[in-house]
Design a protein around this ligand. Structure first.
Ligand SMILES: [Zn+2]
Length: 317
């Protein structure tokens, strides 16, 4: 599980920061990539990564401001020519109106996709769930309908302790499958063996929370609770003047993001959606200021790849 930042700027593209897009790479977990927002030229950014557009299984859109969606029609169109599976639908989750935007762009440009697209209007709560993942959405406080996302990987069941089975002279065979399922079985020699005694600890699933444009609100803390990684917008810096600007425009400051990270007890905070003016000394100062509130904070740059490892020993807590 990895995050790859495709665009980390706010509002309009700048030389070093394209507009919003993040890839959650779930290649080991489900051989798929999920995108969160698709700002203009996201497909150009993808060209500079190892991401294959045909692997994009789901796209989540936080809100309909242009810097978060203008790349979507182009990306969908190009994906038709990049070996997309013609039978597997791509699912796009977004606010009401997103389907209208995409379909209008495709219709007037006479673009025909080679694969089906499924649109899901986001409503508060669980918006996707299968055997391995769950995605929860909650409303944010921006100038238009906006959603925040929490991606939860389900816990992995423990491994079968083969060494221990062999040490206890339990011969390999179909019985291992039953023991792995936690069943009690009777061996050929008459011994009764409980599978629970031969299964290692379960591995806690990982949690990633992605928060784009919003004023601070309680839903962010709920979505971010104990997340391994919280990605949070940081359109404005820490000064009083920027605080006023953030509130006026429906945004957060970097200090707001850090306070959420602290309250929700996340593992790591990654700031994105930064103004182009944060370079050099200003950027250094911003990072220093934020780390005073939440030390494990990083500022994303375009093309940063962040590993999200399993937590160690969490099964003991
Ligand atoms: Zn916005």
């Amino acid at each position: 599980m990895q995050l790859e930042f495709l665009g980390t700027g706010s509002g309009q593209p700048s030389k070093f920061r394209n507009v919003a897009s993040i890839a959650l790479k779930l290649l080991d977990e489900r051989n798929a990539v999920w995108l969160f927002d698709v700002g203009e030229a996201t497909q150009h950014q993808i060209l500079r990564t190892t991401i294959r557009p045909r692997k994009i299984e789901k796209i989540f859109i936080s809100h309909l401001h242009g810097d978060h969606i203008f790349g979507l029609p182009g990306l969908l169109s190009s994906r038709s020519f990049q070996g997309a599976d013609k039978t597997e639908p791509l699912t796009i989750y977004g606010p009401k109106g997103l389907k209208h935007f995409v379909q209008a762009a495709l219709r007037v440009s006479e673009t025909h996709l080679s694969y089906p697209v499924k649109y899901v209007d986001i409503q508060e709560g669980v918006i996707f769930e299968d055997a391995t993942f769950r995605v929860v959405a909650a409303p944010m406080k921006h100038r238009i309908e906006t959603w925040g996302f929490r991606v939860e990987e389900k816990d992995h069941p423990g491994e079968l302790l083969v060494d221990k089975l062999q040490a206890d002279q339990i011969p390999a065979g179909p019985v291992y499958g039953q023991l792995k399922a936690g069943k009690t079985v009777t061996l050929a020699d008459g011994r009764q063996v409980n599978g629970q005694d031969y299964i290692g600890p379960a591995q806690k699933g990982r949690i990633v929370t992605i928060i784009y444009d919003t004023r601070p609100n309680q839903h962010i803390v709920d979505l971010a609770r104990h997340a391994d990684v919280l990605v949070h917008e940081s359109t404005y810096g820490i000064s009083d003047e920027e605080f006023k600007m953030a509130r006026a425009h429906g945004h957060s400051t970097s200090a707001d993001a850090a306070r959420v990270a602290r309250e929700a007890r996340v593992g790591k905070l990654i700031l994105t959606h930064l103004s182009a003016r944060y370079v050099g000394v200003l950027l250094k100062k911003l990072i220093q200021d934020v780390r005073r509130i939440f030390p494990n904070t990083y500022v994303a740059r375009d093309f940063d790849v962040v590993d999200i490892p399993f937590k160690k020993d969490l099964h003991e807590s």
